[in-house]
Design a protein around this ligand. Structure first.
Ligand code: ZN
Length: 151
């Protein structure tokens, strides 16, 4: 199935995807995440900033390691001024607010198994009274109510 989602909706969907499961589910979820996640090109257009940290750890001479506290969000890989070392990405990302998040839409391909996983997540959130209006709107987009009534 194809669902046309804007970038904000994709971010919301990413947030509700399970971060753990069984071997079978993980395969399905990883494949779905590839489809839902922003591509490198999209991140560039959004002006995403990546977090980097200085990898330096030096001994203080008394057998204790001292880690460099130089971390921050940068558009390009920076160098630590204190240690003249290339800083390493931590995997954290900051995406500045942008109208593109609402205007840029993409067809997201979701297989039956991925839809089953997503449906389960919505059911869990619903059971726990954790659904927000935003999530209810997203659910209606992925699982249109008129189709559910036909069942
Ligand atoms: Zn440093």
């Amino acid at each position: 199935m194809k669902v046309n989602l804007n970038m904000m909706e994709r971010a919301q969907l990413l947030q509700i995807m399970p971060s753990e499961g069984n071997r079978f589910n993980r395969k399905i979820v990883r494949k779905a995440l590839d489809s839902i996640s922003y591509s490198e090109a999209e991140l560039k257009v959004l002006g995403a900033y990546y977090e980097y940290a200085c990898p330096s750890n030096t001994s203080d001479g008394k057998g204790r390691m001292v880690l460099c506290d130089n971390t921050g969000f940068f558009a390009e890989p920076p160098t630590c001024g204190k240690h003249n070392l290339a800083m390493m990405p931590t995997g954290n990302l900051h995406i500045p607010p942008s109208p593109l998040l609402y205007s840029e839409c993409k067809d997201i391909h979701l297989g039956d198994e991925a839809l089953r996983v997503i449906h389960e997540r919505f059911e869990i959130l619903n059971g726990g009274e954790k659904l927000t209006d935003v999530l209810i709107a997203l659910e209606a987009k992925i699982f249109p109510p008129e189709e559910r009534e036909k069942e």
